[in-house]
Design a binder for this molecule. Sequence first.
Ligand code: PFF
Length: 455
Amino acid sequence: MANFDSSQRDGFSSKFGVIAAAAGSAVGLGNIWRFPYVAGENGGGAFLLMYLAFILLIGIPVMMSEFSIGRRSQKNTFGAFKVLAPKSRWSIVGLMGIIAAFAILAFYSTVAGWTVEYLVNAIGDQFSGKSKEELGADFSSFASHDYKPLIWQMFFMILTAVIVLAGVKKGIEKYTKILMPILLVLIIAVCIRSITLPNASAGLKYLFYPVWSDITFNSVLMALGQAAFSLSIGMGCLITYGSYIKKDNNLFKTSFQVASADTLIAILSGVMIFPAVFSFGFQPDKGPDLVFIVLPNIFQTMPGGYIFSIIFFFLLTVAALTSTISVLEVVVAAFIEELKMSRKKATIVAAASISILGVFATLSFGQMGDFTIFGKTVFDILNYVSANILLTFGALLIVIFTGWRLGKSHFYDEVTNQGSIKQPLFKIIVFIIRYIAPVAIGTVAIASFFVKDLL
Ligand code: PFF
């Protein structure tokens, strides 16, 4: 098979750019607010060990598969399968990715919009002097407001679109290269504040102390599901980014670095949140409540809380933005190459159509709260279908494709850059991709139909 090359294609210009963009995709709301409480609830250190094992054993090989498919084909996620497996049904996997991107961005931009409102509130010192009940009432009245959350969601989509519109090098790479280091520095700053609070150790214990009895079949599934969502695998995001990676980039090294950055930020997020929560005598609540109610309450009593609240919501916004960019790019790249649109038209059409779906997700917390299908709101359905079904089945099909259809020699060429670099772990990686990853991901994919609230 030819080594599909299209030199005029836009792409990343530096190794750091690749890592910043891919880590930008991986590091998101999933790390900062979801990982900490999922880990805390599911055995703390015991969950963490399992999570690390999944990242290493499954996450990295799947990420390498996606990068290889992208770089080999030099195409978007739909086109990639058409090129590598012509006249087959494999392009359905790419199509699933595009549908997943629509669904993810529609609900993710709702929450991303909330983070901007809270950033503005933090700057305006709006949390000060309020009780937890008042902050809770503020959050519900904002989330169910007729137009405020919609305006922020639109704002976020426009921000995402402006960066994607500028292209891969001049948009995605340029901004993620600036935003990701800022994110890391700010998280470390908030972590230092958090662990120097009185009784911080209780929070660290909650996060790190292994409680083996909390490990159930469900928590094993949670760990794998969280690892997949957090690494942005399963929907072709990394196939798209892989197609922008230069031929001399070492894909194993890149995958390892991206996964390490993602895991580091997830752990640091726990270190940032739990010591503060326990220090002020709170219970570690779930998702939205933890970030939008408990933390604002803590910030207003904590020394330096005003500044730290601004930093916290700023970094949440940045983390969400570098992820939404990557999801929008999946759709835009497909529109450009498959529908022959200009980048401008593709970005506008993609962002506008996703925003329409997004309106329904946002209104699930207000006007459309009573509109449910199988007892779930539009927001919940989009979340469930994308994360539990499309991403897991996507990841499953991608490893099966790499292991059994792409051909070992093509995968070898990508992993070793045409044999020019050594990869002593190649055989192990192939074994994982062929056997271990499909069984593990397949179990989660099937179990996700039976286990409620897996993700
Ligand atoms: N990895 C992102 C997070 O942890 O928040 C979410 C995400 C981005 C999932 C891109 C999937 C994706 F393709």
